[in-house]
Design a protein around this ligand. Sequence first.
Ligand code: ZN
Ligand code: ZN
Length: 380
Amino acid sequence: MNSSQNEFVDVLFEKEVMLMKPENTFNSKESVDVGGSERIPSEMRAWEVTSPAPIDSSPSPIHFVKHPVPVPKTSEVLVRVISCGICHTDLHVAEGDLPVHHPHVIPGHEIIGRVVANGPQAGRFNLGDRIGVPWLRWTCGVCTYCRSGKENLCPNSLYTGWDHDGGYAEYVTVPEGFAYRIPSAFNSVTAAPLLCAGIIGYHAFRRANVPAGGRLGLYGFGGSAHLAAQIAIAQGIEVHVFTRGKDAQRFALELGAASAQGVYDPSPVSLDSSILFAPVGDIVPKALENLAAGGTLALAGIHLTDVPSLNYQNHLFHEKVLTSVESNTRRDGEEFLTLADRLKIHPKTTEYPFEKADEALRHLSHGDMQGACVLRISEG
Ligand SMILES: [Zn+2]
Ligand SMILES: [Zn+2]
């Protein structure tokens, strides 16, 4: 941080303190008293992607470092991070499957935290409010897509933990219009996976166009799939799961799936719709074969290994639809969080200490996770 930014921090926080607690006087560069409730340090602990490489390589691509606490810009809020879910996309950022958009980026985009400072012109939340910070950080609001309800396709969009520092950190900023209020039914660890795994799984579920009471196939059964499965089952849809791990298969059956088998096993029924969550292009032909006439296969990953060549008769004829899924709109997010609360969705989580984010990413890369890993960063 340069000196002019430091001055801005001082001015901003002084203004904050004056707003919240007029009797307080700001006189320290080390920490700031916000409303008498939270002291904001000038430095925080965070994980950053130093140089993308396979997660098992030595030295590790991610490092635990000291970092300046970010300063909220216009219409942004500063959030003290309570928890941050670990998503496959974080692994793609750390390993370089996604190109570097922001050198030394702090990953993480399933963030639950409390608002501790408002930037200029921010006023949507009160200090102390618990909010969620998602993958979709910003869209332009003026392009054709933004103006037609498809902001997920905005070519100017920015993403948390890729274009901008994310939640493997003690503090993060977010444009207030892109954050979500978190239903009180969810604690701060179980709520984290809702922010990406949940919302994007829901967008994929909508893209898969499952008919009422229809049959849905899910390929891969990690953080996103286990939430999409619960949304589908709660609405009377018959869910069939295809995943490599025996534990994951058992877990799918416990959640109410009609069947669970290996990824390349034959489907017990013809499927109306399917979602491919595993980032494995080799599965695409098999998933298309398992579809009924007119069925849809939605590819939910931001990254997919190459798809083998397809045979028109076997894989696409009979009006089968093959589509990808890109990000989500804020409307998807609001709908999903409302449904998750109403349908009593239970995210299954494994909690990791903040200091072990590298270990959690390695576990994720080795597969057979049940549910989602969540870093615990501070107390709620
Ligand atoms: Zn746009
Ligand atoms: Zn994600």
